[in-house]
Design a protein around this ligand. Structure first.
Ligand code: XIL
Length: 334
């Protein structure tokens, strides 16, 4: 394989990006870049509950099947994202089943059906996405989600056990955001995560990797300390777990409007982050959460969009699909 995916493979890194069926249909340029540069694809919508679950007992695999077929035709690995996530649930879910048994039945049915259908074809599953939230003020730092409220910690342990049973070959990851920076808030996330992972391993839960989302901010980059990130990755490695960089992108929110200034700062952020992360041998995978600024989730996010209303430039290709300085920076880091 050539392209960036081939370059990364020489270093033992599985490199790829998120892609959606909509982008495949709409943009021959996205298809070209994804085909030439990516050794792995992460369907951005199709494996989430809203993509798979039109109703409480119904499944629609059309989108997920199409994305897998697309990737397999290109001999690309596929990450499954995500089996359990409070942040993307279909309307019919509401607050979910009212009691522990109802929630357990629904989760088990979903995980067994989805992970079972694609068994042997998925490199890694994000089994639980974003389970930690120190702002929710629980002593364990866990997120006060409908899953936790009904089932307690069981929802995490059981989700991994059911996923392992349904697909014994997939690597199983717990995916989290906001753990990259040297701030007190992110320090609290790291502490809560380490405690959670330690407990899971003690209980014999089959977890193989921590997914570090890495939605970064160029304007806040003074709060990045490579030693803090590397120290955290090492503590995770000491538990016997790999780290995956699962959703790498760099918002330019808070930077001045000049494109050259924004692009340079964004490139620097990609470079220094990857230099630090890839210095740790337990980091074996890097996935970008966007290829071209033409298709970015950030303009829709109130946390990531620019306050001045200009379109953000968080990804390594510009809206016309030309490589930006960030693409060179990623290549240099790899
Ligand atoms: C985002 C998608 O990119 C958007 O298109 C969608 O509207 C919302 O979700 N953390 C995650 C990803 O784990 O699933 C999110 O993806 C971005 C934040």
């Amino acid at each position: 394989r050539g392209g960036m995916g081939g370059l990364a493979a020489q270093r033992g890194i599985l490199f790829g990006a998120t892609l959606t069926q909509g982008q495949v249909v709409e943009s021959a340029e996205m298809v070209r870049i994804a085909t030439e540069e990516m050794a792995m694809l992460v369907p951005g919508f199709e494996f989430k509950w809203p993509g798979l679950r039109p109703g409480p007992w119904e499944f629609d695999f059309t989108g997920a099947d199409a994305m897998l077929t697309f990737a397999e035709a290109r001999q690309q690995a596929v990450r499954g994202h995500a089996l359990v996530w409070h942040g993307a649930l279909p309307g019919w879910f509401g607050d979910g089943p009212a009691d522990a048994m109802g929630m357990r039945t629904l989760l088990r049915h979903h995980i067994t059906t989805v992970a079972g259908r694609y068994a042997g074809r998925i490199h890694s599953w994000d089994v639980v996405n974003e389970p930690v939230e120190p702002w929710d003020n629980r002593p364990d730092g866990l997120r006060d989600s409908p899953f936790l409220r009904r089932m307690g910690l069981d929802y995490i342990d059981l989700a991994f056990r059911w996923a392992a049973e349904a697909d014994p070959t997939a690597r199983l990851a717990l995916n989290e955001y906001g753990v990259e920076m040297a701030t007190p808030e992110q320090d609290a996330r790291r502490t809560a995560l380490l405690k959670l992972l330690e407990g899971m391993l003690r209980r014999g839960v089959p977890v193989h990797a921590l997914g570090i989302q890495a939605h970064l901010s160029a304007a806040a980059w003074r709060d990045f300390d490579p030693a803090v990130l590397r120290g955290f990755i090492r503590r995770v490695a000491a538990l016997g777990l790999e780290c995956y960089v699962t959703e790498l992108d760099v918002t330019d929110r808070g930077l001045p409007p000049e494109v050259a200034v924004r692009d340079a700062a964004v490139a620097h952020t990609y470079r220094t982050f990857l230099d630090a992360a890839l210095a740790e041998p337990s980091v074996t995978l890097v996935a970008l959460w966007g290829i071209s600024d033409r298709f970015t989730w950030m303009n829709d996010s109130r946390f990531a969009r620019r306050e001045d209303g200009l379109p953000t430039r968080p990804h390594p290709f510009d809206p016309a699909f030309q490589p930006k300085p960030a693409w060179g920076a990623i290549g240099d880091a790899l």
